[in-house]
Design a protein around this ligand. Structure first.
Ligand SMILES: NC(=O)NC1=NC(=O)NC1=O
Length: 245
């Protein structure tokens, strides 16, 4: 059996729970989902500054997960904050929900669209497309222009906006698949896939299955080269011991 650590980089308990429920729905019978979020940080991640703060929390959680021997780590925020740093620290695979969803979309359509939250986070998604080499696969990016936590205010407005943006993207972008650009949208993918008749992909679910696949293939993060464990040195203050092997 597997234990996959699902790290919500923001400190919203409700969003952590929402993603955990979605992850458990798709997880194989022998897979346990250990859902966590940082003890301190930002309640939502909506820009470069929030991502920098969140990355610290991600690293602390990755270290905790490694220490209890998890079989994989999911960074469950669409900016994949701290991804490469986490891979240095980790022994097991580390998968971000943006990269997982994007990879899956490229296997299902020649072009995909992204629907995310605030317009100012669009550039973060663009940076990831560049980093992962998916620019030519992404036809367009859209934002619902609502904050991340509007997804959990119970009004249903954000969810309606996501649906509208997905319908518009299908009609106008010439893309065959849609990537949902926020961990808080994890519960919307299956219903939208059925309604729109095209793959609408949630990165949390995609990441669970990718880590299960890597574990089944007995493949894990390469420690040869730049993803080797961090260079040994004494860290100070709150980071003391964070880099120990
Ligand atoms: N683009 C986003 O909405 N990113 C996110 N911020 C969060 O707090 N969670 C996300 O997935």
């Amino acid at each position: 059996s597997l234990c996959i650590q699902l790290i919500n980089p923001n400190t919203s308990f409700a969003m952590t729970e929402l993603m955990a429920v979605t992850a458990r729905q798709v997880a194989a019978s022998g897979t346990e989902i250990l859902a966590v979020c940082p003890s301190e940080g930002a309640p939502s991640i909506e820009g470069h500054f929030d991502e920098a703060i969140a990355a610290m929390g991600v690293l602390q959680q990755v270290k905790a997960g490694r220490d209890v021997g998890v079989d994989g780590h999911i960074i469950a925020c669409f900016g994949d904050p701290g991804l490469l740093a986490a891979r240095e620290l980790a022994r097991a695979p580390v998968v971000g929900i943006a990269e997982a969803a994007m990879h899956m979309a490229t296997m299902l359509a020649t072009q995909f669209s992204i629907v995310t939250t605030l317009p100012r986070t669009l550039v973060i998604a663009r940076h990831l497309l560049h980093q992962y080499g998916f620019e030519r696969h992404c036809a367009a990016l859209h934002a619902i222009d609502l904050p991340v936590l509007s997804l959990e205010d119970g009004s249903g407005l954000a969810q309606q906006k996501v649906r509208e943006q997905c319908i518009a993207a299908k009609r106008s972008d010439g893309s065959g698949a849609i990537v949902l650009g926020c961990g808080g949208m994890a519960d919307l993918a299956h219903e939208l896939t059925l309604e729109l008749g095209i793959p609408v992909i949630d990165g949390v679910s995609a990441a669970v299955k990718m880590i299960e696949a890597l574990a089944a293939l007995r493949l894990t993060t390469s420690k040869h080269g730049d993803l080797d464990y961090p260079i040994e040195k004494t860290l100070s203050g709150r980071f003391k011991g964070l880099n120990t092997r």
